[in-house]
Design a protein around this ligand. Structure first.
Ligand code: GLP
Length: 260
């Protein structure tokens, strides 16, 4: 696990660098796309590189991490709508090349199985962008999630619904209680995980993720078992890391020939 502590603009550029290197190497790369407020700066940077430097996503495919259950099609906070608005519509990435779990399906369990199959049919995810919840969830794998789980239905915790109420006019009751989410096992199958976290509210979750014991109580801790994880955090999110000085030193002395 590589931990980079830096300013948020630098972190966004680093994540964009990793994506750029991938899609330049493989024009049909498969990206795992996260929603939430944290990845927005990465998406803005990709849009800038597309507009100003001609970075193309025409052959790329994308898979969302998760989706609310029951929001009507086109709801502004449905993750499929969010990613379309924030990223897909601003790139040359065809809308149909990006899939998400179908939170409006009549048979939700079948939609989850079908989603796993679609990821497998695409050859798996090359690079997965991740955020982290204040309770240590990744995607919507809440505390108590099986560390080997696959895409399935989950119930959100009260804390996550409160955290996400800001997207629903601060009404906790408007935040759906159920979601479909890639499982931790699904996420662990991606070839490179790039997790971003900003601000002090994420400090405990980041400490547990990097330095805590692996436990379903902090679902992100399973990432310690992945061979290629990049954790990009600002000073606030890094404020509880015990080995922060070591991570800073490691990053500063990193040779140019060793990419993220
Ligand atoms: C949501 C999403 C996660 C995201 C997390 C943090 O619940 N399902 O994928 O990482 O919350 O969101 P934010 O980046 O807005 O803090």
């Amino acid at each position: 696990m590589e931990v980079v502590i830096d300013r948020s603009e630098t972190l966004a550029a680093l994540a964009a660098d990793a994506i750029e290197a991938l899609v330049t190497r493989r024009s049909d790369a498969v990206l795992g796309l996260a929603t939430g407020s944290t990845p927005s700066s990465v998406y803005d940077e990709l849009v800038r590189r597309h507009a100003e430097e001609g970075l193309s996503f025409a052959g790329v495919r994308g898979f969302l991490l998760d989706e609310y259950v029951g929001l009507p099609e086109g709801h502004p906070e449905a993750y499929r709508t969010v990613i379309e608005r924030e990223l897909v519509s601003r790139l040359d990435l065809p809308t149909e090349s990006v899939l998400g779990p179908d939170g409006r399906a009549e048979d939700l369990a079948a939609a989850c199985t079908g989603y796993e199959q679609a990821i497998a049919d695409a050859g798996g995810i090359d690079l997965q962008i991740l955020g982290i919840g204040t309770d240590g969830h990744v995607a919507f794998n809440e505390p108590g999630s099986s560390l080997a789980s696959r895409t399935r239905i989950k119930t959100l915790t009260e804390q996550t619904r409160r955290d996400n109420a800001r997207f629903f006019d601060d009404e906790v009751d408007a935040v759906p209680q159920h979601v479909l989410t890639q499982g931790l096992g699904t996420i662990m199958a991606a070839r490179h995980l790039v997790l971003l976290a900003m601000g002090r509210s994420k400090a405990e979750a980041v400490h547990q993720l990097v330095e805590g014991p692996i436990s379903a109580m902090w679902p992100a801790t399973i990432l310690q078992m992945h061979p290629h994880v990049t954790v990009l955090v600002d000073d606030g999110a890094a404020s509880r890391l015990q080995l922060a000085a070591y991570y800073r030193e490691t990053w500063q002395s990193k040779p140019d020939w060793q990419p993220l």
